[in-house]
Design a protein around this ligand. Structure first.
Ligand code: G1P
Length: 274
């Protein structure tokens, strides 16, 4: 039912310089697959067919990745290496890719608003490729798409984190509906230590109803002088319903070097070698 998935991918990835000087951070490979392809796989598994990518300067490699490379196809056609292209061929055949450029870096909320033209008046998912989520049975987006069918409102994925880490995330508070679903009543972007409303951190998976765009248009810059999706979501929660979902699965913060290495080791042992 949710067909569109938005990938904000305009950021610079400064933590991985110099690797990200001329290569998009979303193209950093976890073993042999770029981060963004893991996110696209997850969206396809959740039944989504339209991948809308918000890009920026110097991100051509993203577009080339999700396109045919005739020269390469020609060179390895009929050789043993051909099988290595099977996965990405399937991805390209299973989805449409559209792109829009975010000209200025004004925050995640602004990036999502930039994707409005691609998403239209439809509920849509958002994947932050930095957060690599792995669950063998059912991916996190598929879990969230199923919940959306039931509740028809905005859903954010959350995870319990140690209190001293909450300042790195959007943090929610609310009323539990079940063991894994919370109705959000409060939300703070990167709270000052000691002021966090809980230890439930938002991770980079969202299902958003399209009224979020109107709210984002009127959202003033917040934390760090940027337009924050967290602030817009709090507004949405006040007037309607926003749910937080404690997802099943593992999540790696591939925006940090430690998380990236952890994800690499995990995927090497549990996916690549199998
Ligand atoms: C963004 C969001 C934050 C969320 C995080 C998840 O922050 O603003 O609310 O918790 O993604 O990864 P960023 O990591 O881009 O600073």
């Amino acid at each position: 039912m949710i067909k569109k998935c938005l990938f904000p991918a305009a950021g610079y990835g400064t933590r991985f310089l110099p690797a990200t000087k001329s290569m998009p951070k979303e193209m950093m490979p976890i073993v042999n697959k770029p981060l963004i392809e893991y996110g696209v796989d997850e969206a396809i598994q959740a039944g989504m067919t339209d991948m809308a990518i918000v890009t920026g300067r110097g991100k051509h490699a993203l577009m080339d990745h999700f396109d045919m490379n005739y020269e390469l196809e020609h060179q390895i056609s009929g050789t043993a290496k051909e099988a290595l292209l099977n996965d990405i061929r399937d991805v390209i055949d299973s989805a449409n890719f559209t792109y829009i450029r975010q000209r200025e870096m004004k925050g995640l909320g602004h990036a999502i608003l930039t994707g409005r033209e691609l998403v239209g008046d439809n509920p849509f998912a958002v994947v932050l490729a930095d957060d690599l989520c792995i669950n063998e049975e059912q991916g996190v987006l598929a879990q969230m798409a199923a919940l959306y069918k039931q509740f028809r409102c905005t859903i954010v994925a959350v995870e319990e984190v140690p209190r001293e880490e909450t300042h790195k995330y959007g943090v929610i508070a609310g009323e539990p509906l079940t063991d894994s679903i919370i109705r959000v009543t409060d939300m703070v972007e990167k709270p000052e230590p000691g002021t966090e409303p809980s230890n439930l951190a938002i991770i980079g998976r969202y299902v958003l109803t399209p009224d979020i765009f109107e709210i984002l248009e009127n959202t003033v810059p917040g934390k760090g002088g940027e337009i924050q999706i967290t602030d817009a979501l709090l507004e949405q929660a006040k007037n309607g319903c926003v749910l937080a979902y404690k997802f099943k699965g593992k999540r790696f913060d591939c925006g940090s070097v430690e998380g990236f290495i952890e994800a690499t080791n995990y995927c090497y042992e549990n996916i690549y070698k199998k």
